[in-house]
Design a protein. Structure first.
Length: 344
């Protein structure tokens, strides 16, 4: 793809998200989502491979159906209330349709089936965009309309997503599918807390983005697409592999690291609201996610010197570490002590 085409598509992607996040009219929000979808389709299908075409088709059909539901729900709301303002109270029918549409946009369970397949059929850079940037516009709509959305379906979908994200990743050997199920689980935590405290939801989204971005960068640098590829990454850069180990543990939510912060705050708020069963199920689902994170760290660090596995080693080339890693890894690992500042 030429630089001019890449620049046009990426700028359209950014513009669509900004339009959706800054609009107070349903039609403008729908236009931003459509720009976002149409800009990512050529990026998905640029490989000219059957898997890339399949991923682009699945993504387009899912996002088009979700956008149609958003337009349908906003039309019903305008018909019944006479207003197109996003922040105004909506009718129950349009609220339910809008919740379903946002679940499809984000890949929440039970409408999560497209996300692992799409991420598996595209490049790691594009998988990073879908896992992080493409979640911003729907989360902005949830932030603006959370007072009008039904809270019980949101909490149930969040709990189900956390469980599905844990169970689904147990049997995977592809790193992109593992990150897809990790995304489903983290988005479940965000949606579950959204009816109560939106500032914790935004904090969780920020920590998830900061933690997931360097993990995808590590996969790009080591060219690791399967768990078997991860066994030979110790020959490239031991420091980078150590950082990736800590990043995976942070994604799992272990206490000394930054990933523990949103889970701690969310569980505290759920218990304060009296949702003991929901908080227990979500905490147990974290153990499932932590299992496949630990399996990935074990496979990665097992091949560090002086172990000698019977696998062909990669060439010791000088790794070109991007500047993005040097800024995101410290935040992704060491942000827990500044939790009170971030909450304010």
């Amino acid at each position: 793809m030429s630089p001019a085409a890449s620049t046009l598509l990426l700028s359209s992607l950014a513009t669509g998200t900004i339009i959706t996040a800054s609009s107070f009219h349903w039609f403008l929000a729908w236009i931003g989502l459509e720009m976002n979808t149409l800009a990512i389709i050529p990026i998905l299908s640029k490989q000219h491979h059957p898997r890339a075409t399949e991923a682009a088709t699945k993504y387009f059909l899912t996002q088009a159906a979700a956008s149609a539901l958003i337009l349908f729900s906003s039309t019903i709301n305008a018909w019944q209330t006479g207003m197109w303002d996003i922040t105004q109270p909506t009718s129950p029918t349009s609220s339910i349709l809008f919740t379903i549409a946002l679940a499809m946009k984000l890949g929440l369970a039970p409408t999560h089936f497209w996300l692992p397949e799409v991420l598996q059929g595209t490049t790691i850079y594009t998988a990073l965009i879908i896992s992080t940037w493409q979640k911003l516009a729907p989360m902005a709509l949830i932030y603006m309309t959370v007072n009008n959305l039904p809270p019980i379906p949101l909490i149930l979908m969040g709990t189900l997503s956390a469980c599905v994200g844990g169970w689904g990743g147990l049997n995977q050997t592809q790193t992109r599918k593992l990150m897809a199920y990790s995304s489903i689980a983290h988005l479940g935590w965000m949606v579950a807390i959204s009816p109560m405290l939106t500032n914790i939801m935004l904090l969780n989204l920020m920590i998830y983005t900061i933690t997931t971005t360097p993990m995808f960068m590590v996969l790009v640098l080591t060219n690791s697409k399967t768990l078997q590829n991860m066994t030979t990454t110790g020959t490239l850069s031991p420091a980078l592999i150590t950082a990736s180990l800590l990043l995976l543990l942070s994604l799992g939510g272990l206490p000394p690291l930054s990933g523990f912060m949103p889970k701690w705050l969310i569980l505290t708020e759920l218990i304060n609201q009296g949702l003991i069963m929901i908080s227990t199920i979500m905490a147990m689902s974290t153990l499932l996610s932590l299992f496949f994170y630990l399996r990935l760290t074990y496979i990665t660090t097992l091949t560090l010197a002086p172990s000698t596995p019977n696998i062909t080693y990669k060439w010791r080339l000088t790794p070109k570490t991007p500047m993005l890693l040097t800024t995101t890894i410290p935040i992704a690992l060491l942000a827990l002590p500044i939790t009170p500042i971030m909450m304010q």
